[in-house]
Design a protein around this ligand. Structure first.
Ligand code: 13P
Length: 285
């Protein structure tokens, strides 16, 4: 069912929980994500990577995800992730995205805020911003040093949020996209400081793949309202495809069985993350 992303996140934050968001490269992944969310009766967010949105079938992928989201028995939002380009954002919203990460993290804080402000003024969708930066690529799982993470300067948060009007804030607190070298080290004092500076604006933790469940729970308890996952889902789906390919080929090129195995692997990851983030008061919505 359709629901405003900021309201869904606010409700879960009040319950001491966070809402996970999963990158979907196709309808099959979205069906797995929504199926897992429905089985736990929890809300979820479908993310579209900017590379997918900009590809030939991008608008159709987004409109397909829109349909899957609207048809779901739980609140599901469709967000265009890490969009740096206003034309791509317009196209994504026209196709059915109801939220966007207007990613100006490569700009100065002033230009970043102006970019986010323009996106907010141009469309009636929920707008997330990123301040500081989360290193690593969105679609490729290269190993990143957690220490190199571009941490958010808490002193800039209040003015940035005032100037940008962002409704959610992605921040750098030691998190990276892709794989962590060694154990991820979240900067908890920094997260607490950013939480304080951000007031009522929910924080977003990108690069959740590889962060231990206890840390994800601690992040939700520390006021993170949305958690983005991509790599972990890709790893599980590719492993399931590899594991089942020979068997399905030998069984008369049984495509249904192969996609079933891949979907089951994705669902297992999504259920685990949803359960981890469901909070002490895991009240289904
Ligand atoms: P991971 O690939 O590290 O899970 O990061 C996903 C993400 O942050 C999407 O925006």
């Amino acid at each position: 069912m359709r629901a405003a992303l900021d309201e869904v996140v606010a409700r879960r934050v009040n319950a001491g929980a966070a809402v996970p968001a999963f990158t979907c490269y196709g309808a099959g992944t979205a069906l797995a994500v929504v199926g897992a969310a429905e089985s736990l009766r929890l809300p979820v967010i479908l993310l579209v990577a900017p590379s997918s949105a900009a590809a030939g079938g991008g608008p159709r992928l987004i409109s397909t995800l829109r349909h899957i989201a609207d048809d779901a028995r739980v609140p599901v939002c469709v967000q265009l992730d890490h969009a740096k380009d206003e034309a791509l954002i317009r196209q994504g919203i026209e196709a059915g995205a109801d939220a966007v990460l207007a990613d100006g993290s490569h700009l100065s804080p002033e230009d970043n805020a102006a970019f986010v402000r323009r996106v907010r003024a141009s469309a009636d969708v929920v707008v997330e911003a990123e301040l500081g930066s989360v290193p690593g690529a969105e679609d490729r799982a290269a190993v990143q040093e957690t220490d190199l993470a571009g941490k958010t300067d808490p002193a800039t948060v209040g003015a940035f949020l005032d100037a940008s009007g962002a409704q959610l804030l992605a921040c750098g607190v030691g998190n990276v996209h892709g794989r962590y070298r060694g154990t991820p080290r979240i900067d908890w004092p920094l997260l607490a400081r950013i939480r304080q500076e951000a007031g009522a604006v929910p924080l977003v933790l990108h690069g959740a793949s590889g962060i231990p469940a206890a840390d994800l729970r601690a992040a939700a308890a520390a006021g993170v309202g949305k958690v983005n996952v991509n790599t972990e889902l890709r790893t599980a789906m590719l492993a399931a495809a590899e594991e089942n390919l020979g068997r399905c080929r030998a069984a008369g090129e049984d495509m249904l069985s192969l996609t079933g195995a891949v979907t089951a692997a994705a669902e297992a990851v999504v259920r685990e993350v949803l359960t981890t983030l469901a909070g002490a008061a895991a009240v289904p919505t």
